[in-house]
Ligand binder design. Structure first.
Ligand SMILES: Cc1ncc(COP(=O)(O)O)c(C=O)c1O
Length: 392
């Protein structure tokens, strides 16, 4: 085992004591009561009061006018692309450094993902580098931004707040305004993260959240659409509920819609989780601070901290190796996992996946470099209680 690997394992042993998973759900509030209520009353499916309550609580927490709860974050992304009439003659700019759902959802509409590079401060899309790229390859025709190389319209930019760290939203907003395209925020990982005091997901035209089991709060599976655009919210609510016209007994659907509504039983779990979200966020910050302190004493590796423009929820903590060395990275992954501390590499960059290799892209050197250096480390909020025990 290399010195660095054994040093990292020692830090985990000292801080966390026992083995730890990467991100585990924590049910310490009223989850049982609310889920039992659904079962007792029979309201387990897409109708029921918890869905509306969950949407309202999320709207209040994120200060967003409209929230539409969906069956997953992926479904939320798909519904947005469909609702914005993005289709097979379009491209959508997405980060090459993201979970595959961001790019997958683009293809569900027949559109093509076009990959953008990350910047090293937040690991979000590098707005300035993307500006240079778009200036080189795109032109505006009849108010539409066209990729001159493929002839397709570039319909939107989807930014992603990587591992909870807010992207530079002002720079991305300005870029999208200048090129006349929509900014969509994939905020799946950033519930509780803020950009210049404003909740992530609140600045682009529309955004998504995810409540998958590994997220800061979970509904088992689930997601949400957030927007301050009244007309778009109306359209997306309609599309995600099978495009059914309201009627007491008639079933009339006025277009092809999707059964993407979050079930009540999942929303019940979400309401209980949202009640304790502020506590989770405090614990996650305590854990991040402890990691920062402990890893600052190691050579060869740096704990990745939130950018100066925002506040991260520290959803998944990460280490960056000083060296771009995937052999060393794999060796650290091997040693830490063998010692019971779950770690993992970043997602394989999208343009290196077989189904996306032919997609248009810009220079992706920062993404490629990041992939060889990044290691996600145990991040569950409840690990903060072990820190107290470890230092007691
Ligand atoms: C960046 C990103 N986008 C989209 C998703 C998809 O969300 P879901 O798993 O709820 O479909 C996830 C996570 O799972 C994610 O991390």
């Amino acid at each position: 085992m290399s010195q660095l690997s054994s040093d990292i394992v020692s830090v985990f042993c000292d801080l966390l004591g026992e083995p730890a998973g990467l991100h585990e759900p924590c049910f310490q509030g009223r989850e049982w009561d609310y889920v039992k209520d659904c079962i007792d009353t029979g309201w387990v499916s897409t109708a029921g009061s918890y869905v509306g309550r969950f949407e309202e609580m999320l709207g209040d927490f994120t200060d967003t006018s409209h929230v539409i709860a969906t069956s997953s974050g992926t479904a939320a992304l798909h519904a947005i692309f469909a609702g914005l009439d993005i289709g097979d003659s379009d491209e959508v700019i997405v980060p090459a450094l993201t979970f595959v759902a961001t790019a997958n959802a683009v293809t569900y509409t027949g559109a093509v993902p076009h990959f953008a590079d990350a910047e090293a401060t937040s690991l979000g899309i590098d707005a300035e580098k993307l500006r240079v790229h778009l200036t080189e390859i795109a032109t505006t025709r009849d108010g539409r931004l066209i990729n001159q190389k493929t002839g397709r319209r570039i319909a939107a930019v989807v930014c992603m707040h990587t591992f909870g760290h807010p992207s530079d939203l002002d720079a991305l907003t300005k870029l999208c305004d200048d090129f006349g395209i929509d900014l969509i925020e994939d905020a799946a990982e950033s519930l509780g993260s803020y950009y210049k005091g404003r909740h992530t997901g609140n600045q682009g035209r529309v955004a998504t959240l995810s409540f998958n089991g590994n997220k800061t709060i979970t509904t088992g599976g689930g997601g949400a659409i957030m927007t301050n655009d009244d007309a778009l919210a109306k359209r997306l609510r309609h599309l995600t509920t099978t495009a059914k016209q309201p009627h007491k007994w008639e079933f009339i659907h006025d277009e092809v819609g999707y059964n993407y509504r979050l079930p009540n039983i999942n929303a019940a779990l979400g309401c209980a989780q949202l009640e304790v979200l502020p506590e989770f966020l405090i614990q996650k910050r305590q854990l991040a601070d402890a990691y920062d302190h402990a890893f600052s004493r190691l050579d060869g590796v740096t704990f990745f901290k939130e950018p100066s423009w925002g506040q991260s929820n520290y959803w998944l903590n990460l280490l960056m190796l000083d060296a771009s060395d995937s052999t060393l990275r794999d060796e650290v992954l091997e040693a830490t996992n063998a010692s019971g501390f779950m770690t993992r590499a970043a997602w394989r960059p999208m343009h290196q996946l077989s189904m996306f290799m032919e997609c248009p892209r810009m220079d992706l050197s920062v993404t490629e470099d990041t992939y060889t250096r990044l290691i996600n480390i145990p991040s569950s909020s409840q690990l903060a209680t072990r820190l107290v025990n470890a230092t007691a």
